[in-house]
Design a protein around this ligand. Sequence first.
Ligand code: NOJ
Length: 737
Amino acid sequence: MSQQSCLAGNPEDNRSDEGRARDLLAQMTLQEKIGQMSQVNGGSADLHQAVREGRVGSVLNEVNVEEINELQRLAMLESRLGIPLLIGRDVIHGFKTIFPIPLGQAASWDPAIVERGAAVAAMEAESAGINWTFAPMIDIARDPRWGRIAESLGEDPHLSSVLGAAMVRGFQGERLDQQGSIAACAKHFAGYGAVESGLDYNTTNIPENELRNVYMPPFKAALDAGVATFMSSFSDLNGVPCAGNEFLMKQVLRQEWDFNGFVVSDWDAIKELTVHGFTATDREAVLEATDAGIDMEMASPLYGQHLPALVEEGKVSEQQIDTMVCNILRLKFQLGLFDNPYTNPGHYPRLVNAQHLQAAKEAALRSCVLLKNDHQTLPLSKQTLGSVAVIGPLADDGYEQLGTWVFDGESQHSHTCLQAIHALAGEEFEVRWSQGMASSRCRKQDGFDDAVQIARDSDVALMFLGEESILSGEAHCRAEIDLPGNQEQLIDAIAATGTPIVVVVMAGRPLTLQSVLDKVDAVLYAWHPGTMGGPAIVDLLFGVEAPSGKLPVSFPRLVGQIPIYYSKKNTGRPPSHDSITHIDEIDGKAAQTSLGMSAFHLDAGFTPLFPFGYGLSYTRFEYSDIAVSADRITLGDTIEVSSTLVNAGDCAAEEVVQLYVRDLVGNVTRPVKELKGFQRVRLEPGQSQRVSFNLHTDELSFYNRKMIQVTEPGMFHAWIGGNSDTELWTGFEIVDS
Ligand code: NOJ
């Protein structure tokens, strides 16, 4: 399309985006300004007319490129000022080529692969006319009951910060106006992951100190990576719902962090301020939201309905409106939309092309975590294997492997595990297949006999179990997080055959696997692995690649342990393996005492089933000789912490080497361990490498009782290892200058 608005780029025009936004603002009526602050769902009644009249600044959930181009044409050529539209969409883990769910991508601990995934998603989405994604979601998630843990990058502030920033870079590219760059959105500001009992939309109560030390760092990292927009959370934070939370949006985001992009509310969240009981009317809700600094309203139409009168009455100043609108216009200029808002899909790489599929496969390869591998059951050898039994509801389901919140991905592009096993087997070994259960939630057993029969006749049973996509994601929380339906009974039935069992779990969250672990020989946790899940998983099962994923979140033994995360506080009575008693060991009528007691559950102990950072390989990595470059450093200096890593097994593999630190004494108590660095290292068998991390004293800072960010002089411990349970440590001291 060649039509352009009167404001289209003129090569002579070298004013800044800010200057152009200001000039445009000066020509706008109040109605037009409020229009820019309003985001409307695609397909809404009257949308074309509303765009013509300048009552819409952004449209979400429209993916038909002809319709998007028509909306842009109306905005550019038929509205008075010709202001293009932001076209927003939840492009969470891919557009057409679907990558592993974000929690799975986080298990890769690989910023490069995560960045590539976002770049592929941006390229594909932009080819459909989308110029803004509502991602990354960087809420710290420590409760696997919460369905949205699937969309998160896990429990840890450092890992989420590094990977969230990688996603921002992937979506936004070097410059927002380049092909394949779309605006990103850091969401949900802030604290959504702390919803009580892992229940979506529930209340959060987070002390400011914890908010700043745990929940905010990923958002600050996204901001430092240049994220264009933020989205406020649905949740109520310490009594103030985020869509009306001035502390978050004004004090932290604008004043302390100097953010100059814009903030969008979540869907209907401004209207819901009244449902929360925070405001009495829609009008009050608008006042609170604008006061808080929510620049754009998603879905509900209250800004358009109430802001004109509020401005007229002087309750909201036009200057405030100007600031908010300018934030929005600036992004439209940065994206280059005034110069060309139209999309020609023919100018883009083909959707779901070979390179995109390869990137999705690599992401899936790195995100699978080997949790158990007794007697070296894995990798399987196609040379020695006579037959495999492929069993389970998720072995051949191209839709379910895609995972939650996939609106544009299509299962027809999925490569399933069964397909990949057939492709690999060729004539070399026999593949027998029985679904066993119609779905992961199925409570019938009528498919068991077939499954048992093929397991009995085969050398190994590969069971593909877990959760369907719809059991995680927004509004899909669970109170029990075990394998749903009759899957455990299916395991029992197969285990009774005596055939070795390998379980591949596809799920949107950590599941409680304690009760099934002893019944099976190996477990590979694949999350929802996306379009290329099948070939990636099968490469891992057959040793084409060694698994290298590590858990981005602790796996509880039982739901009652939640929240359980590695960077807990020590408490005054920390547990140890010697200090705990099991419920069955207590004598009848034992005397009541708390002496010598510590913080553990009588029926679950104090450890998770698998700790944060955990993941096995087909080789054995050994760590030794941890050292620091100095026993004592001065505030402002950098210390080097290093250790020797040896590949002591017999296959080449990658290890995620992790650095943890403990600040022994703090003005507020500090976690027993905090991740401060990680690296992926590939070693050949027998090869060793010295792995080192540079740690600046600023990286050891935290918010103290007065909410001041400080690094305190004192003693520190540092660990290097392959998971958060590592015991290889050393110490150093930080002294004042
Ligand atoms: C609600 C979700 O909380 C948010 O993450 C999403 O971007 C919007 N809906 C739009 O779909």
